[in-house]
Design a protein around this ligand. Structure first.
Ligand SMILES: [Zn+2]
Length: 163
């Protein structure tokens, strides 16, 4: 069990933080970017990289092969829509996707956009960890937060247009 404090100041115990988040018990900082029947997308604001998206299943599960057929279709569909919005409204040319089954965590996919400044940490997948540490430790202020907040807003708008 984990102890969390709600925006109201009320304190509750939850078994899984992601479950509490995707089911609306707690609101993600920065807000919900988009929600479908089976998935929920938000930015992990601890990593202020504009357009970085966490896509989590609403059901508590760990591995990809636990998804039902309906969840699988919903997953690839929303993943693609988010990717398209990143390209169209944020100009993001490349994205790293990863998720990890080797944890006790709830199923979630990281979508980490590639930016020019990341080349100082290498060219490919080996750069992702130092990039995220850099974002968390060195970008947690002023302009970076403002850029991230703006990116969340434009992605949210693009993904919730009536189609
Ligand atoms: Zn969970």
């Amino acid at each position: 069990m984990r102890h969390i404090t709600l925006a109201s100041g009320e304190s509750v115990e939850v078994e899984c933080l992601s479950c509490a988040l995707v089911n609306g018990l707690i609101a993600p900082e920065g807000g919900v970017i988009v929600e479908t029947e089976y998935f929920h997308a938000h930015q992990d604001v601890a990593y202020p990289v504009p357009g970085l998206v966490i896509l989590a299943s609403k059901r508590h599960l760990k591995a990809l092969d636990e998804l039902t057929e309906a969840e699988r279709l919903d997953y690839i569909s929303i993943l693609s829509k988010i990717r398209k919005a990143q390209r169209e409204v944020l100009g993001i040319e490349s994205v790293y996707y990863f998720y990890n089954e080797d944890t006790t965590h709830h199923f979630h996919t990281w979508m980490v956009p590639r930016y020019e400044w990341m080349y100082q940490f290498g060219r490919s997948v080996e750069s992702v960890r130092p990039v995220l540490l850099h974002a968390r430790n060195e970008m947690n202020g002023g302009q970076h937060i403002a850029e991230m907040t703006k990116a969340i807003a434009v992605l949210t708008k693009a993904l919730n247009r009536e189609s």
